[in-house]
Design a protein around this ligand. Structure first.
Ligand code: NI
Length: 258
């Protein structure tokens, strides 16, 4: 893979995943050589937030989030809002994430909704954006977002154009990733074409969801180039122009000045 573009930002990835254990440092340090200016690696719980904080402290181009993912609620401490508030004070911690609802797995819905709601309340108190995960839970996710109207991002957005428009009305942004390059990704392609330019961010969700031509392999932030090429083609615009716009959107949403 050669450097074709500049100003690439990966708005959502998971560099603490064990899939990166064998070459994480090498990969993270090499990203700027491929035009990747900045990545936001997302936590799934407090332990994960602590691990990725160390990456952010080591690499100028790495930022992070802190929050409880709906799949990681098993050992959630009762005083977690206070612990989370502490973690969020770090200057490179830019959002509460990733949080939300996942009805694909058999995780108690009442617990998921309680923790999601408490983290939305925290985001209002601390005036921080949220990174929302919504898997097969569009109705309940939107109900809580309508109730609290946080600023933030619906990551790996998988809904219809109608749902995307409602997310826009709430003032939130969406990010799209490798799925947009898959065959049969009708919703993603439609949203890629119709989302307002100032509300679109690009992500990998690395190590998952690698775009074509690397589908099925481990994903990393360099693959944003393929996502950008596909979306630029759908929108009939220049790839670098799309990267410039989505990077600006990401920095604005997460209040990153650099
Ligand atoms: Ni994720």
């Amino acid at each position: 893979m050669t450097k074709k573009y500049k100003n690439i930002i990966d708005a959502h990835c998971h560099y603490d995943d064990s899939w990166f254990d064998e070459d994480r440092e090498e990969l993270l340090s090499s990203l700027p050589e491929y035009g990747v200016e900045l990545v936001i690696t997302n936590a799934v719980d407090l332990k994960s937030a602590g691990v990725i904080r160390a990456y952010a402290e080591k690499y100028p181009h790495v930022y992070f989030t802190a929050g409880f993912h709906p799949e990681n609620l098993e050992d959630i401490p009762p005083d977690y809002p206070a612990l989370l508030t502490e973690a969020l004070k770090h200057p490179k911690c830019v959002a509460i994430g990733e949080i939300g609802l996942d009805y694909h797995w058999d995780i108690p819905k009442d617990l998921q909704q309680k923790v999601f709601e408490e983290q939305l309340i925290l985001s209002k108190e601390l005036d921080l954006p949220v990174v929302v995960h919504d898997r097969e839970a569009h109705g309940d996710t939107m109900d809580l977002l309508r109730k609290y109207r946080p600023k933030g991002l619906m990551h790996c957005f998988s809904g219809s154009v109608e749902l995307m428009r409602e997310v826009m009305r709430l003032g939130m942004s969406i990010s799209l990733g490798g799925v947009v390059t898959f065959k049969n990704a009708r919703h993603s392609v439609e949203c890629a074409g119709q989302v307002p330019a100032d509300r679109l961010l690009l992500e990998t969700d690395a190590p998952y969801l690698s775009p074509v031509p690397n589908r099925g392999k481990r994903n990393d932030s360099r693959n944003i180039a393929y996502v950008a090429e596909k979306i630029a083609e759908i929108r009939g615009m220049d790839v670098q122009e799309l990267l410039d716009i989505t990077s600006k959107n990401t920095k604005e949403l997460f209040s990153i000045e650099n």
